[in-house]
Design a protein around this ligand. Sequence first.
Ligand code: GRF
Length: 222
Amino acid sequence: MPAPASFRIAVLASGRGSNLQALLDAIAAGALDAQVVGVFSDRAQAPALGRARDAGIPAHALSPRGHASRDAFDAALFDAVDASAPDLIICAGYMRLLGDAVVAPRSVRMINIHPSLLPDFKGLHTHRQALAAGATRHGASVHFVTADLDGGPVIAQAAVPVLEGDDEASLSARVLEREHPLLVETVRLLAWRRIALGDDGVHFDGRPLQAPLQLAANNRFA
Ligand code: GRF
């Protein structure tokens, strides 16, 4: 199979953009055969937009304030996303809820990275939630996006231990370090069309995936 150099990625990000940077770095290093065709944000000041501009990638900011409703904002945002003709849309720290009207038609080609081992700890403050629950394992998940917040079919996960004395900062740093290779490796599988969303969930190499892929210490899937 030829390398999918033309695999087009759109990234939605509201903040820091370290997951975006991991993708850009992997592409620049020749480790990920794809191109980021646009970065889209609901916050004009998002550092993620600066990272895009530094890489020569179109950076789009769209303010929710200028729109009458969430649906109107979503529609305008996805008009811009669609104009970049992406094969894959990645929510990487995109902090607004997306309505079903824009999600449903795109579920098969839209993923999100979430900082917990789903289905545990959906929503915000996942590291705080994990510490409060006394979890001994924590991590990150990449899943297809559905209207069910953080509830779409999970493709892959990376786990980390929760250590004695951890606080939110130390735990989130340990998870973030694993998020970056997790996202890059998952996108690689998507670019190669080895992962797909079927009616019965995630398919891997044409067969239903029984459990999420697990990223091993060597950054390969076990
Ligand atoms: C990450 O922890 C991601 O899992 C979550 O938001 C954070 C975004 O970080 N959805 P960054 O903007 O990619 O640095």
